[in-house]
Write a protein that binds this ligand. Structure first.
Ligand code: HEC
Ligand code: HEC
Length: 237
């Protein structure tokens, strides 16, 4: 017997594949229609919800979203339900989906209150802003941007994401179930963190309000402190 979720996914997959093989880029209203296959999980227009697990897609850098879709389809990130949905889709259509979600400019919900001791949250704030030189751990903001809203073309925002999702991503990099293009700088960063720091960072990040405007920065003031594959050294001229 086929489960309800599987039946739903089958319908979604059929809705998507029609566009996956087409040559011309679908116009945006058609994209909105096709993207319904995604927004059942990712929230209306990819906006997500602060109390859930599904990450926001709206407004993230297109290069980052595209890289993630390739990663799920090709097995460098693992989530079977999405992998099945993406499997029949062409690179071209994945790029169109990434550009569609990147182009959406939607408000953020209020953040979750942080459920962690004040000292742990303060430690997390320091790591985000200054890193820890003794452990060669760069500040998160050195790559994710001074306002943490991400950097074009492929560094994502760290704000507006649920705590459980953040925990899971940092954990996945530590255990090797999430692998970004080599050199995988986030794997380096995640492995240099102590387990309790991972929990504190996720709680602190999920509790931060997203500053307006929340757009990814166009570039970084300094070169990346570690090499990141798939991320051209986007430094201010
Ligand atoms: C059945 C629910 C479901 C559906 C349908 C779904 N996703 Fe996802 N998606 C998820 C979950 C859960 C994750 C996080 C997986 C993880 O833990 O890494 C995710 C992660 C992502 C990410 C990575 C986000 C980030 O910040 O790194 C992207 C991009 C994405 N999905 C795009 C899509 C697109 C585009 C579609 C439609 C073609 C889609 N998803 C359909 C559940 C879903
Ligand atoms: C050397 C640059 C660099 C540093 C330092 C860095 N990051 Fe990242 N981070 C990246 C890149 C590049 C990606 C996108 C990787 C990919 O393509 O999957 C990323 C992705 C992430 C993601 C995934 C977001 C999502 O939507 O799935 C999380 C979470 C994250 N970083 C947290 C952190 C935290 C917390 C710190 C500080 C302790 C940090 N990063 C420091 C470069 C960096």
């Amino acid at each position: 017997m086929i489960g309800r979720l599987q039946a739903l996914l089958l319908c979604l997959a059929l809705a998507l594949t029609g566009a996956g093989t087409g040559q011309a880029a679908p116009v945006s209203s058609e994209m909105a229609q096709r993207a319904k296959a995604c927004t059942g999980c990712h929230g209306e227009r990819g906006r997500a919800a602060p109390d859930g697990y599904y990450p926001r897609l709206a407004g993230k850098p297109a290069g980052y979203l595209y890289e993630q879709l390739l990663a799920f389809r090709d097995g460098r990130r693992r989530y079977a339900l999405m992998a099945h949905l993406l499997e029949p889709l062409s690179d071209r259509f994945l790029r169109d989906l990434a550009e569609y979600f990147a182009s959406l400019d939607l408000p953020y919900d209020l953040p979750q209150p942080a459920a962690a001791p004040a000292a742990a949250l303060e430690r997390a704030r320091q790591l985000v802003e200054h890193g820890d030189e003794a452990r060669r751990l760069p500040a998160c903001r050195a790559c994710h941007g001074a306002r943490l809203t991400g950097v074009q073309p492929a560094v994502p925002s760290l704000l507006g994401l649920p705590r459980d999702y953040l925990n899971a991503q940092l954990g996945a990099w530590r255990s090797g179930t999430r692998v970004a293009r080599a050199p995988d700088c986030m794997a380096e960063v995640a492995r240099r963190l102590a387990p309790e720091e991972v929990g504190a960072l996720s709680a602190w990040l999920a509790s931060q309000p997203v500053l307006v405007p929340a757009h990814p920065a166009p570039n970084l003031p300094k070169p990346l402190p570690l090499d990141c594959g798939g991320e051209p050294a986007a430094v201010a001229p």
